[in-house]
Design a protein around this ligand. Structure first.
Ligand code: 5GP
Ligand code: ZN
Length: 139
């Protein structure tokens, strides 16, 4: 259920303090300690699972439902102009805490962090894109 040295398991157990904006039997939603924007929050399941590969479909579906509810609520309260829902898996993808979580990031017109998700674009030929598309087809 919990992992020994996991910081989010410790937060859920109440061993490390966190600012909690929502809690139920299965989730805790906390403010990020290093927010990218005002109100940046994290949906954290109470059950330890490292990432998207490990989380059950059922729990993920509940997290997605909660994300919608919180995005609507936070947008109303914060009067933000947009919203990013972000979820990192693996070190190479930017994951630093290996307990599944979804980032709820309110976005504001003119905010200085406007390069938050500004990735550069890679070039692939039409043939390469066709091959990737073929490989990825899921029946
Ligand atoms: P990741 O990079 O794994 O997707 O996101 C981890 C997030 O957890 C980071 O945005 C980081 O600021 C946040 N974080 C790390 N340690 C703590 C902590 O002890 N408390 C809280 N509230 N957030 C944390
Ligand atoms: Zn954990």
């Amino acid at each position: 259920m919990r992992e020994k040295n996991c910081i989010f398991c410790k937060i859920i157990a109440g061993e490390i303090p966190a600012r909690t904006i929502y809690e139920d039997e299965e989730f805790k939603v906390i403010l990020d300690a290093n927010p990218a924007a005002k109100g940046h929050a994290l949906i954290v399941p109470k059950e330890h699972c490292a990432n998207l590969y490990e989380i059950s479909e059922e729990l993920l579906a509940k997290a997605a439902k909660l994300a919608k509810k919180l995005a609507v609520h936070m947008t109303e309260v914060l009067k933000c102009d947009g919203f990013n829902l972000l979820q990192n898996n693996g070190e190479v993808a930017g994951q630093t805490v290996f307990h599944f979580h979804m980032h709820l990031i309110p976005r504001y017109e003119g905010m200085k962090n406007d390069d938050l998700l500004n990735w550069t674009h890679e070039q692939f030929s039409d043939q390469e894109q066709d091959e990737i598309c073929q490989k990825l087809k899921l029946d």
